[in-house]
Ligand binder design. Structure first.
Ligand code: SF4
Length: 332
C-alpha cells in the first residue's frame, strides 16, 4: 500500500468518526511494512488531533518480525498487539511453519515474551479449525502460563465441518468455559472475547434489536489499491457484505448504519423458534453465507458454535452469581 492510499483512508475514517477513531493493521504480515505502519500512526495521530478525536491502534501479526524497537513504539501508542498463535509448541509447529519448513513455535513464543516484557498489550488470536482441534483448551492454558491474558477466538467458516468435528467444537467451548471460570474464581481473570461478549449479552438480556454485525458496522478494510470493504472480508463472492463499498478517493457508496441485519425477528425459521435467539449473532450475513449459502440462514457449524458459547456463558454467569451470593458482605 502506498502512503497516499493510507493517508486517504485515514482521512476518510476521521471524517466518518465521532469521539474516537481506530486504525488496525492486518492482512498479510503488517511488520513487513513497519515504516509504513509508523507513518500511518503518526498521520492518524495528527489527523485525530485536528478533528478532536481519540485514536486507538491495533495490529495482528504472526510475531516473526517483532523487534524491541517495535515493542517500545507499540507500548508508547497503547497499541493492542494480536499475535496469531496455536498455543502449545507441538501444535504451533504442526500448524504453522515458515515457508522454508522451519518450525515457528520458538520464534512466536519469544515474540510473546518480548512484547510482554515491554508492557505491550498482547492478545492471542486462535482459530477453531477442523484440522487441528486437539489440545485447544490446553493451548489456551499454555499461553496463559506464558503471560497472555486476552484471547480472541475465531471459527474457520470457510471449510466443511463434519458432525464429529462440530461436536468437538462444542466440547472445546465447554472446556474453555471451565478454564475461564477457574481463572475468575482464582481472581486471575482471563479474557476470551466470545465468552466476554455473551456474558455481557446475558447481563443485559440479549443484543438490542436493529443491531448489525459489529465487524460490518465498525470495521472498514482497505486494500492496497484503495478499495473499501465492510468487515474483514475481501472476496466478492459473499452475497451478504463483501462487495466493495467504495474507495478511499470517492468515499463510501453506502451508509454503514443502513446495513441493519438484526431488525427484530430472525428470518430463518429455525432461529425464529429458538430460545437462544436474543443472545445469538445469527445476523452476520457474511458468516451465514459462507456456512449455509444463504445470508439469512446460519449454517450448522455456526449455529452449534453460537449455541455452545451462549450456554457456556450462561453456566459461567450462574456459577459466578452463586459464588458472589455466598461471599460475606463487607460490613458483615
Ligand atoms: S443458536 Fe442457532 S437456531 Fe438459535 S438463534 Fe442462533 S443460529 Fe438460530
Amino acid at each position: 500500500m502506498s502512503e497516499d492510499v493510507a493517508s486517504q483512508a485515514i482521512d476518510l475514517v476521521a471524517q466518518q468518526s465521532q469521539g474516537r477513531m481506530g486504525v488496525q493493521f492486518f492482512g498479510g504480515e503488517p511488520l513487513l511494512e513497519y515504516d509504513l505502519l509508523v507513518y500511518c500512526v503518526e498521520y492518524a495521530q495528527n489527523r485525530a488531533r485536528q478533528a478532536g478525536l481519540a485514536c486507538v491502534f491495533r495490529a495482528t501479526t504472526n510475531g516473526s518480525l517483532l523487534t524491541d524497537e517495535a515493542c517500545r513504539f507499540f507500548r508508547d501508542i497503547g497499541l493492542v498487539l494480536t499475535i496469531s498463535s496455536e498455543g502449545l509448541p507441538q501444535r504451533q509447529d504442526a500448524c504453522r511453519r515458515f515457508a522454508d519448513g522451519r518450525p515457528s513455535s520458538a520464534v512466536v513464543e519469544a515474540a510473546v515474551q518480548r512484547a510482554l516484557a515491554h508492557n505491550v498489550r498482547v492478545k492471542a488470536y486462535m482459530v477453531l479449525d477442523p484440522c487441528h482441534l486437539e489440545n485447544f483448551v490446553e493451548s489456551v492454558a499454555y499461553l496463559r502460563r506464558c503471560g497472555v491474558r486476552m484471547f480472541s477466538l475465531g471459527l474457520n467458516i470457510f471449510v466443511r465441518w463434519t458432525e464429529a468435528q462440530i461436536r468437538q467444537v462444542e466440547q472445546t467451548i465447554e472446556g474453555l468455559g471451565r478454564l475461564y471460570l477457574q481463572s475468575i474464581l482464582a481472581d486471575q481473570p482471563l479474557g476470551i472475547d466470545v465468552l466476554d461478549d455473551k456474558l455481557f449479552a446475558w447481563a443485559v438480556g440479549g443484543y438490542p434489536g436493529g443491531q448489525t454485525c459489529p465487524s460490518c458496522r465498525w470495521l472498514l478494510s482497505v486494500t492496497p489499491d484503495g478499495r473499501l470493504f465492510r468487515g474483514r472480508a475481501f472476496t466478492s463472492d459473499c452475497r451478504g457484505c463483501s462487495d466493495s463499498v467504495g474507495d478511499v478517493w470517492q468515499g463510501l457508496r453506502i451508509s454503514l448504519d443502513g446495513h441493519a441485519l438484526k431488525s427484530g425477528e430472525p428470518l430463518s425459521p429455525r432461529c425464529k423458534s429458538c430460545g437462544l435467539a436474543p443472545y445469538c449473532m445469527y445476523w452476520c450475513r457474511c458468516a451465514n453465507t459462507y456456512t449455509s449459502g444463504n445470508p439469512d440462514v446460519p449454517g450448522e457449524v455456526l449455529c452449534r458454535y453460537q449455541a455452545a458459547v451462549i450456554r457456556t456463558a450462561e453456566r459461567v454467569s450462574h456459577r459466578i452469581t452463586g459464588e458472589l451470593a455466598q461471599q460475606p458482605q463487607a460490613d458483615e
